[in-house]
Design a protein around this ligand. Structure first.
Ligand code: DCP
Ligand code: CA
Ligand code: CA
Length: 368
């Protein structure tokens, strides 16, 4: 567990940056992404905003009518959240991250831990160049900027990341970690909310340094064994929690709309070949084997159908997906008379070591 090099990457003003990506001309304006509650034209709250809008005090959670007021007379653009689009961008970046890390733990749509210990041979000097290389690569391939924090564990990497945004890179070496945390207020630690911070304040603990120097036994008396020890260790920059590959899909799938409604097998297979290639890239990147291949159809009357085939042995071959997709469609076309509008390809039944608890993903969650 010693001498790890852990990175936390957090995409800058993410939803707003995604909007800038597809509308480059708005880059110099205030960009606000809002969740509209739908009750009236104006009701809802700011999901996020770019850094220009933040200068005017427009931040996540602010009611939209107030955001409009603050930006009145300025050149500002407002968008509705488009989760499907942000998820797609996020997924592309996560894919790139996977090629740079031994393990990747995605914590949210715009955040992931990367264990890069092996890649940088445990060296924090090498981690500087490595982090810059990842940033550069994602900038070129996807066009999104993000901030990286590097530390000897997840806790330090996270706080390092938060310390300098946007487009930041903050490296905290193991021997600097305690001194780095010491001056920060205790509520920067995960698990120290308002109430806990107040309690700590009563004990005259204001900074993480105060907490680190506090008597561990006293903390256990006040906060209980689990929390007391956790606070003490966290304040002392100790965190042995591993970067855990998780939230990995139960299935990998792609869905797409056909150029025209059809029952023509070759026409359909042209589309599913494209989808298969994308599915296969995911399977490859995640080093998975699958046992089940499914197809998905949305018919002209908007009803949807699925068909699956399960193999005797796990497979990881693109040709197998193509072959089964073809035979499933052949069979399906013989059973149905309706034209098909949308098609999907899915693989599931993954095998990989230690697949314990996986998040259930919705069928065809990567729909496009
Ligand atoms: N988000 C939201 N409502 C919030 C906070 C966040 O809808 N109250 C969404 C929009 C953000 C995304 O989650 O783009 C990621 O949240 P972050 O807290 O990481 O904030 P940003 O990425 O927007 O900005 P930063 O550059 O500070 O990371
Ligand atoms: Ca972010
Ligand atoms: Ca975030």
């Amino acid at each position: 567990m010693n001498d790890r090099v852990i990175m936390l990457a957090d995409f800058d003003y993410f939803f707003a940056q995604c909007e800038e990506l597809r509308n480059p001309s708005i880059k110099d304006k205030s960009v606000v992404v809002g969740v509209y509650s739908g009750r009236t034209e104006e009701s809802g709250a700011v999901s996020t905003s770019n850094y220009i809008a933040r200068k005017f005090g427009v931040k996540s959670g602010l009611p939209l009518f107030m955001a409009r007021r603050k930006l009145e007379g300025t050149d500002a653009v407002f968008f509705k959240v488009d989760h499907e689009y942000y998820d797609q961008i996020s997924e592309r970046i996560m894919q790139i991250f996977r090629t740079y890390a031994s393990t990747l733990e995605q914590v949210s749509v715009d955040e992931a831990y990367l264990d890069v210990t092996q890649q940088v041979e445990g060296s924090f000097e090498k981690a500087v160049d490595y982090a810059q290389k990842i940033k550069q690569d994602v900038k070129e391939q996807v066009g999104i900027s993000f901030t990286i924090g590097v530390g000897p564990n997840k806790l330090v990497a996270k706080i390092a990341c938060d310390s300098q945004k946007p487009d930041g890179l903050t490296i905290v070496k193991p021997e600097e970690a305690k001194a780095f945390l010491a001056p920060l207020p205790v509520d920067r630690l995960l698990g120290v909310g308002k109430k806990t911070a107040e309690k700590m304040d009563e004990l005259d603990i204001k900074t993480i340094g105060d907490l680190a120097n506090y008597d561990c036994q006293r903390l256990v008396e006040v906060f209980g064994r689990v929390l007391g020890i956790y606070f003490y260790q966290a304040a002392n920059a100790i965190d042995n929690s591993p970067v855990l590959e998780q939230g990995e899909a139960e299935s990998i799938s792609r869905i797409g709309t056909l150029k025209q409604d059809t029952r023509d097998l070759d026409f359909i297979l042209q589309k599913t070949d494209e989808l298969t290639l994308d599915v296969y890239k995911d399977v490859l990147a995640k080093k998975l084997s699958f046992k089940t291949v499914s197809i998905y159809m949305v018919m002209v009357d908007l009803s949807s159908k699925t068909r699956s085939a399960t193999l005797d042995q796990p497979a990881k071959d693109k040709e197998i997906i193509r072959r089964i997709t073809r035979s499933l469609f052949e069979k399906f076309l013989g059973e149905s008379t309706l034209e098909i509008r949308r098609v999907g390809v899915k693989v599931s039944g993954f095998s990989k070591e230690e697949r314990s608890q996986r998040q259930l993903s919705t069928f065809f969650q990567n729909s496009q």
